[in-house]
Design a protein around this ligand. Structure first.
Ligand code: ZN
Length: 248
């Protein structure tokens, strides 16, 4: 099953085009898309477009825009039975360079990890330029159901996360990223997932990305692992259904 575990169908790039994007994704064989809310208002939109046939909701915040994060926590509590994950949440040390800002990110991140444990929901983690630090906090808090999305850290840190059963979702930008290829080399297929992060992280820089481009991720994973693309789609699909508890 071709499953996109992380995209943003409510992004301005898809305004008035969600139906068209979903239609084309279905035609391309995509069976499920997890669309992630960034903040409160976006979270409401995510819930509104989720149909639980192909679009499934996840609620979170951008780590660099935490203004209404308490409202997002309330929303997650209210909608906990309807969402498949909490995310994206995490750290972004690329956008936020000052100690105070990073400190705030870590505090809020801990709140979301706590919430995921109390609600028994998986986490989708953003960790730009902060892979090692995000993992340290997750390990310390004994988070168990974890998807590291578009992980840009060193493979040696990822390997430690694999030992704890964490999953890594691979975006189509692997087509132009040696770091992502190294990561795939070191992580077993049993811990890999496909994500588009659309409209971001396209296979070709500067374009708009779409959910069906997860096939590009699958192709590269197959090439690196020496297995067929069908095998990659089968195993990553099973992994996704399992960690997100999707009944497809
Ligand atoms: Zn994202």
């Amino acid at each position: 099953m071709l499953i996109d575990v992380h995209c943003h169908l409510t992004a301005p790039e898809f305004e008035d085009r969600v139906e068209e994007v979903v239609e084309k994704s279905i035609k391309a064989g995509v069976k499920a898309m997890i669309t992630s809310g960034l903040g409160y208002e976006d979270g409401l939109k995510v819930l509104e477009i989720s149909d639980y046939r192909i679009i499934y909701p996840s609620l979170g915040v951008s780590p660099y825009a935490l203004e209404k994060h308490e409202q997002v926590i309330d929303l997650i509590n209210r909608e906990s039975k309807r969402i498949v994950a909490i995310g994206e949440v995490g750290l972004d040390y690329w956008r936020v360079r000052d100690d105070e800002g990073r400190d705030r990110q870590r505090r809020v991140f801990r709140e979301f990890i706590e919430l995921s444990k109390s609600l028994d929901l998986p986490l989708i983690i953003h960790s730009r330029s902060a892979g090692k630090y995000a993992l340290e906090i997750l390990f310390e808090m004994r988070a168990e159901r974890v998807i590291m999305h578009a992980f840009d850290g060193a493979a040696k840190h990822a390997v430690k996360a694999v030992e704890r059963g964490y999953m890594f979702s691979i975006p189509p930008s692997i087509a132009r990223s040696q770091q992502k290829r190294n990561l795939v080399k070191r992580i077993p297929l049993e811990n890999l997932l496909l994500e588009s992060d659309s409209p971001a992280l396209p296979p070709v820089a500067g374009r708009i990305n779409y959910p069906w481009n997860i096939r590009v991720s699958a192709e590269w994973i197959g090439k690196i692992k020496g297995v067929s693309i069908e095998k990659v789609i089968e195993v990553t699909g099973r992994n996704a259904a399992e960690i997100l508890d999707l009944r497809l």
